[in-house]
Design a binder for this molecule. Structure first.
Ligand code: P6P
Length: 355
């Protein structure tokens, strides 16, 4: 009698899942063991190692000297640097130095890219990252994250200006984030869907927890810092007045982009950080914050916009360029944009009436 293939029992399914590590999953995604597949698998493995090192240090915050508090320095963004920002930034550098694959690292914490000369002859990849996003949450034990983006190096970057990085977000090979919360989660995409892994501390491995995550077309959550209301354009105020007057909306805002984005990715809705009087281009940085998240939400069936342009189409003029961000469910991003378009139409009509 032909072998009857028994349906996998629950125990076997669990075992199979526990054997699906991040590096294995990348190879499965690509259905290939070719050079680039192996590179991406190795790169994601390095990301996972950095995540474990950072998660370990965070778990001891408050118990170990040198984790909490400020360094007393100010970074290129003009922000006070937390000790954890510096530690996490150095973790990524150390982890990728050994990778042999990455020639450059561009970080929120460093004005210029960090070069690893010994890797450059063969390392054709660049890591762009925000080592700790939401560091104001560290000292109060609330969720924070790391955001990463991997791009292929184009050309030899002889002058060390990394001009080839100043390209639109569709050039990204991979993007994702680590969420340091009640559990440590790694969410990533290499352009074949969005997948989440949860760190199993007993194994020291990130184990597959959710595949092909899709953001709902609409959600009740709107996530924005309403304390900036006085600084916003009227169109954004129009959106806020709308959600204040209609049933079915819930405000959620943690002050850490990764956690707020993860909630939107999981439950739908919209996160926005618009331009303000003080920061007309917004606060969030394109190459290692808004573009990686835009890559993910696009892969999850949602959208990311500056309000007037698809976020993934934005071509930066500088490494630390900022963009406004409206990101989440298709319907909710479109709703915010509709208020922007309405105000633009009214302004145009007023101008025409005066001419
Ligand atoms: P605000 C954290 O500093 C951060 O870069 C993001 O993680 C977060 O979404 C945003 O800034 C919060 O900024 O102005 O609301 O405190």
């Amino acid at each position: 009698m032909a072998d009857v293939v028994q349906p996998l029992g629950e125990a076997e399914r669990t075992l199979d899942r526990d054997c699906t590590t991040l590096s294995r999953h990348v190879l499965q995604q690509l259905q290939s063991f070719g050079a680039e597949a192996q590179d991406l698998s190795a790169l994601m493995n390095r990301i996972a190692l950095a995540a474990k090192l950072i998660a370990r240090r965070l778990s001891r915050a408050g118990l170990v000297e040198g984790v909490l508090g400020f360094t007393g320095e100010t970074n290129v963004q003009g922000e006070s640097v937390k000790k954890m920002d510096t530690y996490a930034n150095d973790v990524f550098i150390s982890v990728f130095k050994q990778s042999g694959l990455v020639c450059r690292l561009a970080s929120e914490e460093m004005e210029k890219p960090y070069y690893i000369p010994e890797n450059c002859p063969i390392g054709r990849y660049t890591l762009l990252y925000d080592p700790i996003d939401g560091s104001s949450n560290i000292d109060i034990n609330l969720n924070i994250g790391s955001i990463f983006s991997i791009r292929r190096q184009e050309g030899d970057d002889i002058d060390g200006e990394a001009r080839d990085l100043l390209q639109h977000g569709r050039k990204q090979l991979a993007a994702g984030y680590i969420l340091y919360g009640p559990s440590t989660m790694l969410v990533y995409s290499i352009g074949r869907g969005v997948h989440s892994f949860t760190l199993d501390p007993s194994l020291g491995e990130f184990i597959l927890s959710n595949e092909n995550i899709k953001v709902p077309d609409h959600g009740s959550i709107y996530s924005v810092n309403e304390g900036n209301f006085w600084q916003w354009d009227e169109s954004i105020r129009d959106f806020i007045r709308y959600v204040h007057r209609h049933e079915g909306y819930t405000a959620r805002y943690s002050g850490a982009l990764v956690g707020d984005f993860h909630r939107i990715l999981s439950q739908g809705g919209v996160f926005l950080y618009p331009g303000t009087l003080k920061k007309p281009e917004g606060k969030l940085r394109l190459l290692y914050e808004t573009a990686p998240l835009a890559f993910l939400i696009d892969q999850a069936g949602g959208r990311a916009s500056t309000g007037t342009q698809e976020l993934l189409d934005v071509v930066p003029k500088a490494l630390h360029q900022r963009t406004p961000l409206i990101i989440g469910s298709n319907e909710d991003v479109a709703l915010v944009e509709s208020f922007i378009q309405e105000r633009a139409r009214e302004a145009q009509e007023t101008t025409m009436a005066r001419s």
